[in-house]
Structures are given as C-alpha cells and as structure tokens.
Design a binder for this molecule. Structure first.
Ligand SMILES: [Zn+2]
Length: 84
C-alpha cells in the first residue's frame, strides 16, 4: 500500500518518492496531487483540496462510503471543519 501524504489515500500505484527522494510523477486519484510536478507543499495543497470540497481527481475509483476525515486520520491529519 502506498499512501498519499496529502490526503491519505492508500491506493497510489507507487510510493510518492523512492529511497533516493526521486518523485514517482504519479497523480493521486483522490486529491490529484502530482508528485514531482506540483510545487506546493503537501500542507498547502491539502488545504486547497479541503477548501474546494475534497473532490476526487478520478471519481471513478471513489469508494461509495468514503469519508474524507477518516482517510485523513490515517496520515495523522485531524480536520477542524465538518465534512461537506
Ligand atoms: Zn492524495
């Protein structure tokens, strides 16, 4: 399982960065962060994603009973705002 450090989604195809720190250039299906391309740091990007309604980059793979706050807890991020 490869978790996204932005949103906590654990379905990334590859680890975001390898042992040498090289990015995967993978795009997270959930938050849409592209490792190696997006220049915002994870916290900035996460905030933008949260304030824009936690939309899935690839809605086809979104689980039916998905809850943003529960997924974020897996990477230790606790939301102060209620779920949309
Ligand atoms: Zn993500």
């Amino acid at each position: 399982m490869n978790s996204c450090p932005v949103c906590g989604y654990d379905g990334l195809n590859a680890p975001p960065f390898d042992e040498e720190g090289n990015p995967s250039y993978d795009i997270c299906n959930c938050c849409g962060y592209e490792f190696g391309f997006d220049e915002e740091n994870f916290d900035e990007y996460r905030l933008k994603w949260l304030t824009s309604g936690t939309k899935w980059f690839n809605p086809k793979v979104q689980p039916k009973d998905w809850i943003a706050s529960e997924q974020l807890l897996k990477i230790g991020v606790r939301l102060d705002i209620p779920d949309a």
